[in-house]
Design a protein around this ligand. Sequence first.
Ligand code: SF4
Ligand code: SF4
Length: 193
Amino acid sequence: MAEKTFNLTRDMLDHTFADLVTPDREKLLTCIQCGTCTASCPTAYAMDYTPRQLWRLIQLGLKEEVLTSNSFWLCTACYLCTLRCLRGIACTETMSTLKRMAVSMGMEKLSSSARFYEAFRDTVRRHGRLHEVELMATFFGRAKRLGAMGYTRLGFTLWRKGKVSLDASAVNIRGLDQIEAIYRKVEELEAKP
Ligand code: SF4
Ligand code: SF4
């Protein structure tokens, strides 16, 4: 992405932010900006801020800038950055915490990646596994994105070759009640303070 400059003011900086998002603030402060995490990250190319840049923003306490970025939503939790960081910084865990924080603060509404996660979660809840057509229809509907038409041809080709089904119930697994019980348990745990 293009370089961005900030005119920093006290109001923009939240020095408690690093404490909240990473399990070891002191370690995060030792980041030497070597960029190994970014070079290892398979999705860094699409992020607003690369992992290296994100740690610097967190160090400074630029909370809003971090939470409104798409960077952590694109993290696939592959753990390469964490494994390769020479300072032992818990990069992946920090990415996961940022996702949870953005949701709890309502900031995920800005992110179409969050809508994709939601659509995936709800589709698997309904069927026990993925139904691709339903996933994409739900995602485009919730994200209010007009790009769905661009996938019509691909969807038709996949359907013609028997790779996807239009009948969502056809993918249902047995024991859907157990899947539902798992989801409810997670919701119960997440609701705990
Ligand atoms: S690999 Fe570690 S030290 Fe290097 S930029 Fe990334 S977080 Fe910082
Ligand atoms: S865990 Fe996330 S941030 Fe780290 S390398 Fe993998 S995708 Fe990138």
